[in-house]
Design a protein around this ligand. Structure first.
Ligand SMILES: Cc1cc2nc3c(=O)[nH]c(=O)nc-3n(C[C@H](O)[C@H](O)[C@H](O)COP(=O)(O)O)c2cc1C
Length: 337
């Protein structure tokens, strides 16, 4: 995968050019969004005054994510970056989800139209909060390090919860050490289960080998071989369980219904949370294995005492040394229709 990690320069926004040119510029920010295994399962079509957003089902993690939850969440993250960037450059926007159901096939190219962002030149200027979120788009990186035990301030947690609620979602913020220990135990079991599956290892190995996760190619090839052929579940489980207990907060986004629109909205809310965290000097790390195994996902819902709805996305939140490795992105041309 080509390494296109250089950040776009806001000073180059083509304010005097037509909306379509401006829209294309915004996409440089959209593609910096996080995605599961850095699969970047999105595509975009720029029209005169809109951007059509597609989910690229050909990039689905069919073993880890058989029903596409992580895929649609990832597309939601890209949509949120797009909207925050539009706001930063004073564009008015509308967002319309395309009503679909899981049975609707994608086109021959694997693309399914999921949303349209309408754009218009406006006169609005972004609020301070939105400017901070925009700045964070290029600063945000998933942080895989152990977190410090420093407590996350309550007002910040309340702000994150408001973002989730505004998107019609719930946000469980688990700080109780006993509960975090139970989540860590689920993480260990889920890692062991996933790594015991040769197909799961092969899929992870494929994405590592493609360079998507950002290691240099020789290390990438070696890790690919190791992941493919060794059952590393116990080791990975121990490591990930320590990561869970090290985090002062485990966040879980929940939704009343687990459909495509809810997943897109959860992706948007998660990205807003991740950008807020980055702008406040906090680290975020999604951990999906518990949610990838139905049995453990049910255990998590029971542990959180969710009365209705399901957990859609789990992540660690806290303070940590900055992550130094960077993940590459596919060039914009590759995701333009
Ligand atoms: C829906 C979703 C699920 C993810 N699950 C995991 C995970 O289980 N473990 C992990 O280390 N990272 C996970 N990530 C983070 C991605 O690996 C990361 O976003 C991607 O490699 C790009 O790197 P960046 O976030 O630093 O830009 C997830 C991200 C998303 C959006």
């Amino acid at each position: 995968m080509a390494d296109t990690t250089t950040s776009p320069d806001p000073a180059e926004f083509p304010s005097a050019k037509p909306i379509a040119a401006q829209a294309r510029f915004l996409l440089d920010y959209a593609i910096l969004a996080p995605s599961s295994h850095n699969s970047q399962p999105w595509a975009f079509e720029v029209t005169e005054n809109a951007i059509r957003v597609y989910a690229d089902l050909s990039r689905q993690l069919t073993v880890a994510d058989p029903d596409g939850r992580e895929l649609f969440l990832s597309v939601g993250c890209a949509i949120e970056n797009l909207l925050i960037a539009a706001e930063r450059f004073g564009l008015e926007y509308t967002l319309e989800y395309v009503a679909t159901d899981d049975t609707q096939p994608a086109g021959d190219d694997g693309l399914r139209h999921v949303a349209t962002v309408g754009l218009d030149s406006g006169s609005s200027s972004p609020s301070e909060t939105d400017s901070a979120l925009f700045e964070a788009i290029t600063d945000r990186h998933t942080n895989h390090r152990p977190f410090e035990s420093t407590t996350v301030p309550e007002p910040l947690l309340a702000r994150l919860e408001r973002y989730a609620n505004a998107a019609g979602l719930g946000l469980e913020l688990v700080t109780d050490p006993a509960k975090r220990a139970e989540i860590a135990a689920l993480q260990t079991s889920a890692d062991e289960r996933q790594f015991a599956d040769p197909e799961y290892r092969a899929e992870l190995g494929y994405w590592i080998g493609s360079g998507a996760l950002g290691t240099k190619w020789l290390t990438a090839r070696l890790s690919q071989l190791a992941v493919r052929h060794l059952d590393m579940g116990e080791r990975e489980g121990r490591k990930n369980s320590t990561l869970v207990t090290s985090a002062p907060v485990i966040g879980v986004l929940t939704a009343a219904s687990d459909d495509e629109a809810a997943r897109l909205r959860a992706g948007q809310a998660f990205e807003r949370i991740a950008l807020t965290a980055a702008s406040e000097g906090l680290a975020v790390h999604p951990m999906s294995q518990i949610l990838e195994v139905g049995e453990f996902r049910d255990d998590l819902a029971a542990l959180l005492a969710l009365e209705e709805g399901s957990p859609l996305h789990l992540f660690r939140l806290g303070y940590a040394e900055p992550e130094t490795t960077r993940t590459p992105r596919r060039p914009l041309e590759e995701v333009l229709r």
